[in-house]
Design a binder for this molecule. Structure first.
Ligand SMILES: [Zn+2]
Length: 83
């Protein structure tokens, strides 16, 4: 029973942390930049959800991302066009 409560409490802490730290992409653009880390992502990259809303930056193209000084994410690879 103790374990059960511990699991519920850690789940609560986790959801609260996610709620304060990030959320869904705030913009409709195909790419989202991270102004804190200087990286940019496909809007469906998990990193966008972990990103603070304040750090999200809308990007319409890879060219625009490079112009603004963002580097491509190494996980979702927005620099490689999707088929
Ligand atoms: Zn990414």
């Amino acid at each position: 029973m103790k374990k059960f409560f511990a699991a519920i409490i850690s789940a609560l802490i986790l959801t609260t942390a996610v709620a304060f730290a990030g959320g869904p992409p705030q913009y409709d653009t195909p790419y989202i930049g991270n102004t804190l880390r200087g990286t940019f992502h496909y809007r469906d990259c998990v990193s966008v959800w972990e990103m603070w809303v304040e750090h999200q930056y809308p990007l319409n193209s890879v060219e625009e991302a490079y112009q603004k000084g963002f580097n491509p994410c190494k996980n979702c690879r927005p620099d490689i066009p999707r088929p």
